[in-house]
Design a protein around this ligand. Structure first.
Ligand code: TRP
Length: 486
């Protein structure tokens, strides 16, 4: 066994990792995507399957990623390589590290565009540009916002520059320090919105919508979306959490930090729902209005409420901060790799990756105007980035890491890092070996469209498949059984 890598950078504060990882996890996914997905897939029923996915797939996968990062003490590429080598495996396995890093970079290139919308809307909210009496007016504002490549590009460029500035300052001085005020600030703003919502009508309906569970509303599409979202919202399989895990001090418990981050992330997503839906219901709007929920329905709803302008500003400040703390995490893997392998300073690494990112994000941004019809197979550049990363690279990276940890690598490494009790470790193994992989394979089958998945009528088959695969897997490799029998 090779000696464990010595850390160079570590989080200094007691909450350093938790703050940074929660900052990464809480982002547009929580405030923009989760509410509209909940709206589309039927409210409480979706919330419930989402919680199950976080518990069974997200949390074990996150623990695995942090373990890789801390054991390998390096950028995802080096971390995966070192952990593989420690188990006597070849360098080739670092391919999963490469894919993670690339996925993070590609996600960031369209994420900055959406974060740019948020800044643009913040500016409109401050300068009174969000006026209009109907959803159509709001759609027109959204359309106009996207039609001009210069202004749209300027906003995403601003996001890129601020991100690179923070990352360039270093792990402690840049990332950890900024998280210390951005995260509490964001939560305070969110709380202020919820308190307002409690007194302004629609709150009861929002609570019912989010938490009343109707079996009839469960759908396979909802389940698949929930599985994919569990990865996205916890920032998994894109190098971010692994890169942050590399700075986690040895004495911290990976399981405890993972649960803390996952719980905070989930609470903030639900809180975002409680901040957004009351306004929607109070104004008699449709909660299932899709991606336009935040940029069209919500501004319209706010206008019709007392202090609406203030609320609007608060909301878009919060959204922008949430997006920024996530953006920072997506580039950390690349910057860490450039400093380790290419001997660059943090600043040089941040700005040079920033330039490449800017070029890519400009192409993504142009998908909304000049490049709207630069399409391939019906998808523009922005859609391709989203599709490739969320449907393929992230699931594939997640699958690879789970299977590596579950079957290929030495179990002692994970015992050392995770320090779970016997039962807990067995449960973790069960998840990373069978439950997560099966879930991910379902996402693939769905993406390929080779088979229609209808969990409602086929659930017994899936359960049977899971049991058969688990039994077969364990017969071929007795590791889990040994744990149960001592
Ligand atoms: N988790 C963030 C969100 O919910 C997005 C995000 C940040 C992310 N870093 C990531 C997604 C890395 C995938 C990979 O908005």
């Amino acid at each position: 066994m090779t000696a464990r890598q010595q850390p160079k950078n570590l989080w200094i504060g007691r909450w350093g990792f938790v703050l940074a990882a929660t900052g990464s996890a809480v982002g547009l996914g929580n405030i923009w995507k989760f509410p509209y997905m909940t709206g589309e897939y039927g409210g409480g029923a979706f919330v419930l399957v989402y919680l199950a996915c976080i518990l069974c797939i997200g949390i074990p996968a996150m623990m695995t990623e942090i373990a890789f990062g801390r054991r390998g003490r390096g950028s995802p590429i080096d971390a995966v390589k070192r952990v593989a080598q420690e188990s006597g495996r070849g360098k080739i396995w670092s391919g999963f590290g490469w894919m993670s890093m690339l996925a993070g970079f590609m996600i960031l290139s369209f994420y900055v565009v959406v974060a740019g919308w948020s800044l643009a809307y913040l500016w409109k909210a401050i300068s009174g540009g969000l006026q209009g009496g109907s959803v159509d007016d709001m759609a027109a504002i959204f359309g106009a916002n996207n039609a001009n490549p210069l202004t749209l590009g300027a906003w995403s460029t601003l996001v890129t520059v601020v991100t690179m500035f923070i990352v360039g300052k270093g792990v402690q001085e840049g990332i950890e320090r900024s998280m210390r005020w951005m995260m509490p600030g964001m939560v305070l703003l969110l709380l202020a919105m919820i308190v307002y919502a409690m007194f302004s009508g629609g709150f009861g309906e929002a609570v019912t919508f989010l938490f009343s569970f109707e079996v009839g509303k469960l759908s396979s599409a909802g389940l698949l979306a929930a599985m994919g979202h569990a990865f996205f919202t916890l920032s998994l399989s894109a190098g971010a959490i692994m890169a942050y895990g590399a700075y986690l001090p040895d004495n911290k418990s990976i399981a405890r930090t993972t649960f803390t981050v996952a719980i905070c992330d989930t609470l903030i997503a639900l809180m975002a729902g409680l901040a957004i839906f009351p306004a929607i219901f109070a104004n008699g709007m449709d909660p299932a209005s899709g991606p336009g929920l935040i940029f069209m329905s919500l501004p319209l709803a706010f206008q019709q409420m007392p202090l609406g302008n203030v609320l609007q500003v608060i909301f878009f400040v919060m959204l922008s901060v949430a997006a920024l703390t996530s953006a920072v995490s997506m580039i950390e893997a690349t910057v860490a790799w450039l400093t380790e392998r290419k001997g660059m300073s943090r600043k040089a690494a941040a700005w040079s990756s920033g330039i490449v990112l800017w070029l890519l994000s400009t192409l993504a941004m142009l998908s909304f105007n000049l490049g709207a019809d630069w399409t391939l197979a019906g998808k523009n550049f922005f859609d391709w980035l989203d599709y490739l990363t969320s449907r393929w690279m992230m699931p594939l990276g997640g699958l690879g890491l789970c299977l590596m940890a579950g079957f290929l690598l030495r179990d002692e490494i994970f015992r050392d890092e995770l320090r779970l009790s016997r039962w807990q470790h067995a449960l973790w193994l069960l998840m990373v070996r069978y439950v997560s992989p099966l879930g991910i394979v379902l996402i693939f089958i769905d993406a390929l469209g080779v088979m229609t998945i209808d969990i409602g009528s086929q659930w017994a088959w899936f359960l049977a498949a899971l049991v058969v695969i688990t039994v077969l897997g364990e017969m071929l490799s007795p590791r889990v059984r040994r744990q149960f029998t001592g």
